[in-house]
Design a protein around this ligand. Sequence first.
Ligand SMILES: N[C@@H](Cc1c[nH]c[nH+]1)C(=O)O
Length: 375
Amino acid sequence: MVIPPGLLPEGLSDRLPPQAEASARLTRRVLDTVAAHGYERVMPPLAEFEDTLTQRLKSMRPQDLVRAVDPVSQRSLAFRPDMTAQVGRIAATRLAAAPRPLRLSYAGPVIRQKASQLRPEREKLQLGAELIGTDSTAAAVEIVNVAIEALQAAGVTGLTIDFTLPDLIDTLAAGPLPLDAREVEAVRTELDAKDAGALVALSPAAAAYLPLIEATGPFHAAMERLEAFDARIGGALASRIAGLRAIAKPIGWDITLTLDPTERHGFEFQNWFGFSIFAEGFIGEIGRGGSYAIARADGADEPAMGFSLYPDPLIDAGFGGESPRRIFLPLGSDAERAAALRAEGWHTVAALANGEDGAAQRCSHWLDGDEVRAY
Ligand SMILES: N[C@@H](Cc1c[nH]c[nH+]1)C(=O)O
């Protein structure tokens, strides 16, 4: 088979001007916002040993990874599918002795073997922040609010945050609504499908989970239904419900809150709390986060809370775009005048030979002696 020159593997693509610049600008805005809340940047490598990438977080799935054999070590390497696992490794190893809570941020591409159903890309830009050392309600309040602020700093409006309780079924199955291991999977599947009939048909034990299908939708109404359900099962979810209420409280009225307590898609390693972020006009989530545990070298687990944003759809839609003022400098233009224009925010495009066309270089203006002139 002959591969045409310039063809990239499926799901990988170039970012060209002006989107490449918009992507960098949006990244800067998000990272600056996160940094203003005390999160310090780390830059893990693009690939690492497969086992160090999968062992740190519960249920990182090897089938998600793009792998290669490292010719140097002869070991299996994998491209990172999610930087949260790498930040966890850093926190558990090189920064094990750093004071907690530890606040770290990151930005860079992540690669997965399979694209999602909604978007064909296998490489995505991921930006995020992780708060390591606690998974308290206070940590969740901070993480959710920093995520919202970061998106607002990038100009995104019309946000919806969907709360979930990723380990809800496990908690209930091990406590007030017992299920055996096989039933747990079946109940999860029917709750995912929100198929009330199929859930009831499984068994009387499974049918007890039915009210969870109704505890979905706009936050306050859904929370009332979840509370009513909890009252009937003896209050096993009381601390989680109080946590959700506390997290929701400081969130601005301009943000839509919803609850989907059994949602687990995309929450492979999160435990008591998870959230997805949606923006009006965009299909699928643009961010996600929650609480999780990092496996430390001594076998103990360290609690953590964080979020990741996937801003590519925003960039495609023009966020982060800004047309810089571009001015053409004909041959022989004064270097100091040009430097002064750059200091004012102009982007200067210098002629390298006679007869060049500044307009063709997408300049709106040109320098005529000392004068700035529009084309
Ligand atoms: N990295 C996770 C989100 C997350 C960050 N921290 C905790 N959870 C994801 O992209 O799905």
